[in-house]
Design a protein. Structure first.
Length: 400
């Protein structure tokens, strides 16, 4: 019989023990950040519904386009809210993964979150250009970038999670490198594009935020809030790098500002899209009566369609020209109508010649009737008849 080891436990030893249930303790600061992030998610949901209904009701612009941009923001905000607060404090399906399947599920979730984060950031730049009136190849380039750049980053991060071990992935150098790459990809490049757009607007005479067009006003409001969003994330990454290179006490002290900056950045993003868009559409247009240039442009635009003279050309029936230059006049015909038409034409166009022919014929008939002119019956019979009688009737012989 084997000797009992210290790990051997008998049923009698378990009598009288009570199990303690784990209590989830959330401090006040963590609860405040959770409330702030939840408010940002609700803000995006409510603003998207209001904006889509407003655009659909006004009938200006495509409400499906608005729904597409807002849907991207909603998906990104909900995914980030669940992973950062809900799962980290209550569910623990992503933070604590004891099995391999759970670890793969966490990596796939992070891949989807990174993908929609990038799409939300780059689609905001495309939205600014779209509302400003940007068309053509540049808008297509922004659209392609909105899908290609986030997909590339998400795939790289997924391959990094799959190839590196858990210890290597949790090192300070790896964490700092991933954070800097994330900032460059999702903050530095979009912020640079927005600043270039802002400088171009300044060079073109940008003097005020409000414009005569509600879409342009919404574009400028969105761009201003997006620039503020990227500035907040720049500040966060700077503090994060400093904390990682400091002592443990400094990291604990700086963890709270980093978390608050992250939540405030998501709130600014919720205010940019869709609430800044909605505010730009609802703001009244500035009074341009004091500016003569804007007044003249407005009048010229109104009179653009009024000053057009519409000329309608009268339609005339053009007769078909004859196929041959010579008029067809049959000498022999069995139709009395043709003879009558030709006779009537002769009377209309050559009256003197017709009278001369009639006088000669009457003198000829008188000579024949008086017997002064002798005609042979055979030779007198006409070989061709020009009368109105049909050809199949026998020819009449002259009685002398």
């Amino acid at each position: 019989m084997a000797v009992n080891s210290p790990l051997d436990v008998k049923l009698e030893d378990l009598e009288g023990l009570e199990l303690e249930y784990e209590e989830i303790d959330v401090d006040g600061e963590e609860l405040g950040r959770f409330v702030l992030r939840t408010f940002a998610v609700l803000l995006v949901l409510a603003g998207s519904a209001v904006l889509v209904f407003t655009v659909y009701r006004r009938g200006r612009g495509s409400w499906t386009e608005v729904l597409g941009f807002c849907s991207v923001q909603i998906i990104w905000q909900v995914l980030a809210w669940y992973a950062k607060h809900v799962d980290a404090n209550w569910v623990h399906s992503l933070t604590e993964c004891p099995t391999v399947d759970c670890d793969y599920r966490r990596k796939i979730y992070l891949f989807i979150e990174n993908l929609f984060h990038g799409i939300a950031v780059y689609s905001g730049i495309a939205l600014v250009g779209r509302l400003e009136g940007l068309v053509g190849a540049v808008l297509w380039m922004l659209g392609i970038m909105s899908a290609a750049a986030p997909l590339l980053y998400a795939v790289i991060m997924l391959l990094l999670d799959l190839t590196l071990s858990t210890e290597k992935r949790a090192e300070h150098i790896t964490l700092i490198g991933v954070a800097i790459a994330r900032t460059v990809w999702f903050n530095l490049i979009p912020a640079g594009l927005l600043l270039c757009w802002f400088m171009g607007q300044c060079l073109n005479g940008f003097m005020r935020l409000r414009s005569s067009s509600s879409r342009e006003t919404a574009s400028r409001l969105i761009a201003a809030l997006l620039i503020l969003f990227h500035i907040i994330h720049f500040t966060e990454i700077i503090i994060y790098v400093v904390a990682k290179n400091s002592s443990l006490d400094a990291q604990i002290e700086l963890s709270s500002p980093i978390a608050w900056l992250l939540d405030v950045g998501h709130l600014i993003a919720a205010l940019a899209i869709p609430w800044a868009w909605f505010l730009g559409l609802m703001l009244p247009k500035p009074d341009s009566n004091s500016d003569p240039t804007e007044m003249n442009l407005k009048l010229a635009k109104q009179n653009k369609n009024r000053n057009i003279i519409k000329y309608k050309k009268e339609k005339t029936n053009v007769e078909t020209p004859p196929t041959t230059p010579m008029k067809f006049k049959p000498e022999i015909t069995s139709s009395p109508s043709v003879t009558s038409q030709e006779t009537s034409g002769t009377v209309l166009y050559n009256t003197d010649a017709n009278l001369d022919k009639k006088s000669k014929r009457s003198s000829y008939v008188e000579a024949v009737s008086s017997g002064s002119l002798h005609l042979d019956p055979v030779s007198a019979a006409p070989t061709k008849s020009k009368s109105a009688d049909p050809l199949w009737l026998p020819a009449k012989s002259l009685q002398v």
